[in-house]
Design a protein around this ligand. Sequence first.
Ligand SMILES: *Cc1c(COP(=O)(O)O)cnc(C)c1O
Length: 405
Amino acid sequence: MMQQAERLDAADPLAKWRGEFLLDEGLAYLDGNSLGALPKVVPARVEEVVREEWGAQLIASWNDAGWIDLPQKVGGKIASLVGAQGHEVIAADTTSINLFKLISAALAMRPGRKQVLSEPGNFPSDLYMIEGLEAQGLAERRLAERGNIEAALDENVALLLLTHVHYKTGEMFDMARLTKAAHDVGALVVWDLSHSAGAVPVDLNGANADFAVGCGYKYLNGGPGAPAFAYVAERHQAGLQQPLSGWMGHKAPFAFVDDYQPAPGVDRLLCSTPSVIAMSALEVGVDLMAGIGMEALVEKSRALSEFTRKAMAEHVPELPCISPADPAQRGSQLSFRHQHSYQLCQALIARNVIGDFRAPDVLRVGFAPAYVRFADCARLVEELRDILDSGEWQKPEYAERGAVT
Ligand SMILES: *Cc1c(COP(=O)(O)O)cnc(C)c1O
């Protein structure tokens, strides 16, 4: 298996890109779906922003270094990765905050309807944000199992809120089909692309999607807590009303007038002053993904996960895969179930194979195609086999849990 992996690595047209990331040779990093790796040029770029743009040029950098345009500029670059037009995406705030803005905006566009339909087991923030709006009397949360979503769509639903690639199982929704089903009953759709952007094919315009949000620190490699992004289809921009009406989303922020008037276009999703240092790091990560190209990234992602799925089924059959077997129906990750997944994950980490654990019993591995090698996948399988056979996972220290799992 390792020999086959090494042959695949030798023939991999993306192999050279790993060198653009600060990753130890011996590290099998299979957690880029949770926190993307550090692009090598980020430290120098951040230092330049801090020392030159902030330190030396100070306030002039808002204009001269283009700080003020970063949300649109970085958003436009992300747009190219998710099948949107440049002016439909803005980089700002966090995924959760962007969810709040867009769920509210969508509800305002469907007066008389309050229901926000989602699935049980969706990412917590997505569900909690609906609850927050419910507590204010603005929304009514309704959940339907994924197989029943289309049946649950009816004339009471204002908005369908789904995560395109499920964070725990890797299952991927058919974006075009569900968007159409929602539109057929007059509902809008918000897609959470946190586990999609930079990893799987996304065609927001092709799917006729209304709204989307996504995360900057996973496959976009923007760094911990990186700014997120939000997409508003061009046809919805003029009428869009979002509740976090901060001054940066005003049509003339530097007029300092008392009354709010939204900026034209997607700019009205802005609330506050952009986080310039973080946005500069995110831009590097996004540029890297755009430089490699989504088609090549998707192709390698599928090859990596197929290699791993087959090797796991052959060599570690006691961990069943709960992700779809068809690579076209899953994200860039695989999840396996085992009663002692937490300990297995810790034992793997001790051997420099980094995956993660998701409660209650899932071992999750992600394949960030820009830097994961086939040999990393083979290591996962080999080490896991050995950890199980030797009983090493039973060491008491592997059962201790940190605040972040
Ligand atoms: C990672 C992730 C988020 C993250 O939200 P934050 O506001 O950045 O903490 C939201 N939704 C999904 C589906 C995610 O996977």
